[in-house]
Ligand binder design. Structure first.
Ligand SMILES: [Zn+2]
Length: 384
């Protein structure tokens, strides 16, 4: 074997052992040897290396059952961290996430819609640094920043191609934020980051086929297909907000007529409500619904119908095991869950009905930050 290949294989084996300890801990060296098919000597050597690098520790637990007792291994959560960032229209959220996917520090900062691109980036920079130093985390333990952003994202080059919500076009955040913070930066679409979080820590944990739908100021979805994020040709797979549901309907800000978003996004709900009553925010719409005002009941009834139709279409296209509903509308108006479920009963095609699990995100408003941080770890962790 060539020297180069030998090094690569060594690295792959080390990654594999670390993955197994991370996912199956507490686990003994013997069990790792059994799972990987590697020799006990190799496992001992790799575990020693990982221990020296701070990734792995021996627990106080030992194997149960007959035979010689063996010490069980675990990973060290504080060996490294990544910073997850979500940039939304009205808020920036920042979380520091450790190696085992726990959010150890958190901060939300209001964002003004009139804020420029550079003002927002500077805000991210200042607050990331402040959060790190406040929590006494060494800079060298932070391996990078992951950012989740609404819109069409060129994740390979770190460029936001277009974000209607942030009013950004062709900006290279990965480069600009790296320049400010001095950390490596990766960016991706926010819902794709959210489903990464659900897939590693949430309802779709380890699911091979799952879809997450986001319903709030924007409408979209993200898809895990055969265990991988499904991106399509230009990372826009899942943009259901711009599927047309009525060619004679409302004009969308994308220039088309009758997009789904023009019926169920927060902005659309507010616009329709204003035809009846003077209201300021989406909370006013939901309050009116709770007060039993018939116009608000009508609008939300139509909304739950369109959500159920979108779910039914997604199921026909991808046949996932689980579909997760998330976003501001679901979080602020949990009463809408029941009507959505009832309408799904009406609209979902029979052969798909039996096995599908319709679930609601439990990660709340932290999903994007957590997912972006986990994805940054997946991409940036390079074991020597
Ligand atoms: Zn549209």
């Amino acid at each position: 074997m060539e020297k180069q290949d030998q090094l690569l294989m060594k690295k792959q084996n080390k990654n594999l052992v670390l993955e197994i300890i991370k996912n199956q801990s507490p686990i003994s060296r013997m069990e790792i040897a059994k799972v990987t098919g590697m020799s006990p000597t190799s496992i001992t050597r790799i575990v020693n290396e990982l221990h020296l690098q701070g990734f792995v520790r021996e627990t106080e637990l030992v194997t149960s059952g007959v035979g010689r007792k063996a010490v069980l291994l675990d990973v060290c959560g504080d060996v490294l961290y990544t910073v997850g960032v979500e940039i939304d229209k009205l808020i920036i959220k920042i979380g520091i996430v450790n190696y085992v996917g726990e959010i150890v520090a958190w901060k939300g900062i209001p964002r003004d819609v009139s804020e420029s691109y550079y003002e927002t980036l500077e805000k991210v920079n200042v607050n990331v640094k402040e959060l790190i130093s406040k929590n006494c985390i060494l800079n060298k333990r932070i391996i990078g920043i992951g950012v989740g952003i609404p819109g069409s994202i060129d994740y390979k080059n770190g460029v936001v191609k277009v974000s209607d919500q942030l009013k950004w076009k062709n900006v290279n955040i990965a480069k600009d934020l790296k320049q400010l913070t001095a950390f490596d930066v990766m960016i991706d679409n926010e819902l794709k980051m959210k489903i990464v979080a659900e897939n590693s820590k949430g309802i779709a944990k380890d699911s091979q086929n799952a879809v997450l739908v986001g319903i709030g100021s924007g409408i979209g979805s993200a898809i895990i297909l055969n265990g991988e994020i499904y991106r399509g040709d230009s990372n826009n797979a899942g943009e259901i907000g711009h599927t047309v549901i009525d060619p004679t309907g409302n004009v969308c800000n994308c220039g088309k007529i009758g997009c789904l978003a023009t019926y169920i996004s927060e902005g659309a709900l507010i616009d329709d409500s204003r035809k009846v009553k003077e209201i300021d925010t989406i909370d006013d719409v939901f309050d009116s619904y709770r007060n039993g005002e018939s116009w608000a009941i009508n609008i939300m009834d139509r909304t739950s119908t369109y959500i159920a139709l979108a779910i039914s279409n997604i199921l026909c296209l991808y046949n996932p095991e689980v579909i997760i509903l998330s976003g501001n509308t679901i979080e602020k108006l949990p009463e809408i869950k029941e009507p959505i479920k009832q309408k799904c009963e009406l609209y979902i095609w029979e052969p798909l009905k039996e096995r599908i699990k319709i679930a609601f995100s439990q990660l709340g408003d932290r999903g994007v930050v957590l997912g972006a941080a986990i994805q940054a770890q997946n991409l940036m962790l390079d074991l020597e």
